[in-house]
Ligand binder design. Structure first.
Ligand SMILES: Nc1ncnc2c1ncn2[C@@H]1O[C@H](COP(=O)(O)OP(=O)(O)O)[C@@H](O)[C@H]1O
Ligand SMILES: [Mg+2]
Length: 371
């Protein structure tokens, strides 16, 4: 008799600014998941936060969403809990293909923990830590990992006394700076600040997206762009690192437009494997694994680096930039491409991620929660 197929709920869309990126990732994943092993249940979350199943979910994916006649929809959090209770019976494992807020930040992971459902990727803590650039940097610092200096300032501090904030920033860092909302992605709200006169508008912009701002020393100095390197990490307690890829942004930095909106000859380019010495590769892959562990990640993460440009007579320094616990996941996204270049196909990678999610859940079952 054929073994019963594992039922995977693929969760996509979501309320974040990366809703559209999630739809692209999910469309690729739904196409490639191994049908001989898995039965697939698409579950969409609209931009307004409504949950859709069945045909309504497929309609959202293909861009024909008219979520009027809903097979299954949940609008309030109580309904959401009922919905997840129903899911528990119908689904064996969830693949949350959600990027950014309410998806990559531990919130959905918390719901899945309460529902006692296995899921792909990092848990509540790893997801939340990876989402918050300030907390992430503190964890990296505690692990002794190399990163560019930064200052964290709350929106209320900035609004109460911008001059004092400016002094604090300029005491710790020198221009050019990068100003970022602490919790966002896809470069939304990020500015490069070359001179003092540009600081206030960059801070105001970031403050419109988050209550916490991160201001960083620019890597590469005033004249040059840093190299942007990315490593894919896969595993739970014994993670492995892929070959290293390089992004060559089409603009002064890898902003939203350079990530998603420029196409054809103007497009940002990726190079796999990146041109690096054996010693540099070894160092970067070791830091990627240490970063994964420092944030208590599980399943997968893409670890991004900024490296000083090559300069005669200097050894370029490499800095950790960030960790992404649910990186872009179309078949041509960096994370799957790095594994492909390391010998693992897109389809095999997806199966492995599901297995890792099941393994992590099984391991948790062996944990006592009271005495
Ligand atoms: N300290 C920095 N020095 C130089 N470039 C930076 C720095 N921080 C960010 N950047 C540029 O901005 C881009 C987006 O920043 P990042 O922190 O990765 O935000 P996001 O989470 O939105 O991807 C980077 O890929 C890089 O091009
Ligand atoms: Mg980034």
């Amino acid at each position: 008799m054929a073994k019963k197929k594992l039922r995977i709920g693929v969760l996509f869309g979501g309320r974040s600014g990366e809703h559209e990126v999630s739809l692209l990732s999910a469309a690729s994943i739904l196409k490639a998941l191994d049908r001989s092993r898995f039965e697939i249940v698409p579950i969409a979350i609209t931009k307004a936060g409504q949950w859709l199943g069945g045909d309504s979910a497929r309609a959202l994916l293909s861009g024909e969403a008219q979520p009027l006649a809903l097979e299954a929809a949940a609008e309030s959090s109580t309904e959401l809990m009922r919905y997840s209770a129903a899911l528990t019976n119908a689904i064996d494992v969830i693949f949350p293909v959600l990027h950014g807020t309410f998806g990559e930040d531990g919130t959905i992971q918390g719901l899945l923990e309460l529902a006692d459902l296995p899921y792909v990727g990092s848990g509540v803590l790893g997801s939340a830590a990876g989402m918050d650039k300030d907390v992430m940097k503190r964890l990296f610092a505690a692990a002794g990992l190399p990163q560019t200096p930064h200052v964290a300032i709350t929106r209320s501090e900035w609004r109460a006394d911008p001059r004092r904030c400016q002094r604090e920033i300029e005491k710790a860092l020198s221009y050019p700076l990068f100003v970022k909302p602490a919790n966002l992605g896809s470069s939304v709200g990020i500015s490069k600040v070359k001179v003092r006169a540009e600081l206030a508008s960059a801070m105001d912009l970031a403050a419109s997206y988050d209550r916490k701002l991160v201001i960083e020393q620019g890597v590469g100095g005033p004249g040059a762009k840093p190299r942007e390197l990315e490593v894919a990490v896969l595993g739970n307690d014994a993670p492995e690192a892929s070959v290293i890829g390089e992004i060559i942004p089409a603009k002064e930095f890898y902003d939203y437009e350079a990530k998603y909106q420029l196409h054809g000859p103007d497009e940002s380019v990726s190079v796999i494997p990146a041109k690096l010495t054996a010693a540099q590769q070894k160092q970067i892959r070791a830091i990627a694994l240490a970063a994964f562990r420092a944030c208590d990640c599980a399943g997968l993460a893409r670890v991004d680096f900024l490296m000083e440009p090559a300069q005669k007579g200097f050894t370029p320094k490499v800095f950790l930039n960030e960790i992404n616990t649910m990186p872009g996941f179309t078949s041509i996204s960096m994370y799957p491409k790095l594994w492909q270049a390391s010998g693992l196909s897109y389809k095999e990678l997806l199966s492995r991620l599901v297995e890792l999610g099941m393994e992590r859940h099984a391991e948790k079952q062996a944990t006592a929660f009271s005495r």
